[in-house]
Design a protein around this ligand. Structure first.
Ligand code: RP5
Length: 166
C-alpha cells in the first residue's frame, strides 16, 4: 500500500456517497489516502486523537466532510497544523446551507479551506495541488488531468454544436 498522504474523514457513513468521489479522484491521481468515519460530536476523543496523530504518521492534508452542524473540519483544524479542507455535506437543511456556514465560518487563527457544498472532487484536487508544490511528478499528472478535462469539454461542445447546426 502506498504512503497515506491525504486523510479523508467524514462525520457519518451517510456522507460517503459524497466523500467517495474525492477518494476515487485521489486514487486516479496516484495519491495514497485513507478514509475514516470520525464524528466531532459522537466520537470527540477519536477526532482529537486522529488529528493530533496526523503529523507523526506523515499525513499531509486532511479533507473533512460533514453535514448539519458540521464541526468536523474545524475540530480537525483545531488539533493539527496540517492544512484542512472542509466539505459541507447536504444532509439536513436542503441545499446544505447549515453545513456550509458551520464549515466556512471559522474564527481567525484556525483556518479551514472550505469548498462548495458536496465539493469532494474539488477538495481532492486542492489537496493534490498542495502536494504537487513539492512533487513534480504529481504536478505533471495534475496537468494531464486538466488537459483531459478540457478535451471532455471540447467533445461536448462539438456534440452540442452538431445538434444545432443548420
Ligand atoms: C453529521 O450528521 C454527519 O456528518 C451527517 O452528515 C449527519 C447525519 O448523520 P447520520 O445521522 O446519518 O449518522 O454529523
Amino acid at each position: 500500500m502506498s504512503q497515506v498522504r491525504v486523510a479523508i474523514v467524514m462525520g457519518s457513513d451517510s456522507d460517503l456517497k459524497v466523500m467517495e468521489k474525492g477518494a476515487k479522484l485521489l486514487k486516479e491521481l496516484g495519491v495514497g489516502c485513507e478514509v475514516r468515519v470520525i464524528s466531532a460530536h459522537r466520537t470527540p476523543a477519536e477526532a482529537k486523537a486522529f488529528a493530533e496523530g496526523l503529523e507523526e504518521r506523515g499525513v499531509q492534508v486532511v479533507i473533512a466532510g460533514a453535514g448539519g452542524a458540521a464541526h468536523l473540519a474545524g475540530v480537525m483544524a483545531a488539533h493539527t497544523v496540517r492544512p484542512v479542507i472542509g466539505v459541507p455535506v447536504d444532509s439536513m437543511m436542503p441545499g446544505g446551507l447549515d453545513a456550509l456556514l458551520s464549515t466556512v465560518q471559522m474564527p481567525p487563527g484556525i483556518p479551514v479551506a472550505t469548498v462548495g457544498v458536496g465539493g469532494a472532487k474539488n477538495a481532492a484536487l486542492l489537496a493534490v495541488q498542495m502536494l504537487a508544490l513539492s512533487d513534480p511528478e504529481l504536478s505533471a499528472r495534475l496537468k494531464a488531468h486538466r488537459a483531459a478535462q478540457a478535451d471532455e469539454v471540447r467533445a461536448k461542445d462539438a456534440k452540442v454544436r452538431a445538434q444545432f447546426e443548420g
